[in-house]
Design a binder for this molecule. Structure first.
Ligand code: SF4
Length: 324
């Protein structure tokens, strides 16, 4: 068993070749921006987490074609792809619109899956059912729910406009549709300390979650968080602090949970802090976390406090059904 169950290792085993995610940007908005849940968005939100090189007015098919071409030049012709619906809330729209945009992934033989990022309060059953239908068409389907923290006070402080219970509900319903579920967390949010990060990791460990994203909080210019940072009311974590907290969380997260991300990257001229979140330093951050685990002699899942795995639960349910 490796130190960390990275997505790239999982995908290589699953598909027999390198798999790259192609992020795409679409003309979505978010219920926390358009007023249906809140206005102004989460205090750290910068263009709905859209990658710098993407624009939603570029046709989706062209974004995917260009993403495939770029990745193939770098990683070779055998590379396969996930279309990653990343920015804003990619399940927030009427069902026909959503179907049209997910359907584009089916036009590419090289695409083996889709990965849809959203909020836990924005995943009605009809959308989960639609996503599940792509499995029957041969795609692997991941849904990513942004939780960020298991502390409701933090969620209020950062203006998430959803609760922890929304995440539990969304995960359990997504599993009813047999979707692969990834939960997104942030380390170092305002007002949080180690016990909050540990609680977030424990919540993930207690749920039937297949994947996790962990990244440090970073401050983009012209956001609510930037005001707190510039006024001195809030500071980001040093790389050493982040590596230590991320290692703490990984020790709790079960060893079979797939780690999709361990850091965040932003453009230098738009980023206020921390400097290790600038594009190009990703491997340094990941290296620091791995080094921390090696130093401790631990790895992902070493301190998972919950011993009942999802497969054991499924087995128990199957036995129960047989008896009844
Ligand atoms: S949920 Fe995402 S897109 Fe919506 S405001 Fe928060 S960070 Fe921005």
């Amino acid at each position: 068993m490796e130190l960390i169950r990275y997505f790239r290792l999982y995908a290589k085993e699953r598909f027999g070749t390198r798999v790259q995610k192609i992020p795409v940007a679409l003309p979505f908005t978010c219920p926390n921006i358009d007023g249906s849940k809140g206005r102004g968005g989460c205090i750290y939100c910068y263009k709905g987490s859209r990658p710098a090189h993407l624009e939603p007015w570029i046709p989706l098919k062209k974004q995917i074609e260009e993403g495939i071409q770029r990745a193939r030049e770098r990683y070779g012709k055998k590379t396969r792809f996930f279309v990653y619906y990343q920015s804003y809330t990619n399940t927030y729209g009427n069902i026909e619109f959503l179907k049209n945009i997910y359907d584009v992934a089916l036009e590419f033989d090289e695409v083996v899956g889709i990965d849809v990022g959203t909020r836990p309060d924005c995943a009605p059953d009809e959308v989960l059912e639609l996503l599940s239908s792509y499995k029957e068409m041969g795609l692997e389907v991941w849904i990513e729910f942004g939780l960020q923290s298991a502390n409701f006070e933090t969620l209020k402080r950062i203006n998430r406009q959803h609760g922890v219970s929304d995440l539990v509900d969304a995960v359990l319903r997504a599993k009813k549709y047999d979707l692969l579920v990834c939960v997104h967390t942030i380390v170092g949010l305002p007002g949080e300390g180690k016990e909050d990060f540990m609680e977030t990791a424990k919540l993930i460990a207690s749920l039937p979650v297949d994947g996790v994203k962990i990244h440090p909080i970073y401050v983009m210019k012209n956001t609510g968080l930037a005001k707190l940072y510039l006024s001195g009311e809030f500071n980001t974590l040093s790389l050493e602090e982040y590596a230590s907290f991320a290692a703490d969380m990984l020790e709790i997260i079960p060893e079979n949970v797939i780690v999709h991300r361990l850091t965040a990257e932003a453009e230098k001229d738009k980023l206020l802090s921390p400097d290790y979140c600038v594009y190009g330093r990703k491997l340094e951050v990941i290296g620091a976390i791995e080094e921390e685990l090696r130093k401790r002699g631990t790895k992902q899942g070493t301190k998972n406090p919950f011993s009942v795995s999802l497969s054991q639960v499924k087995g128990a349910i199957r036995n129960f059904v047989k008896v009844v």
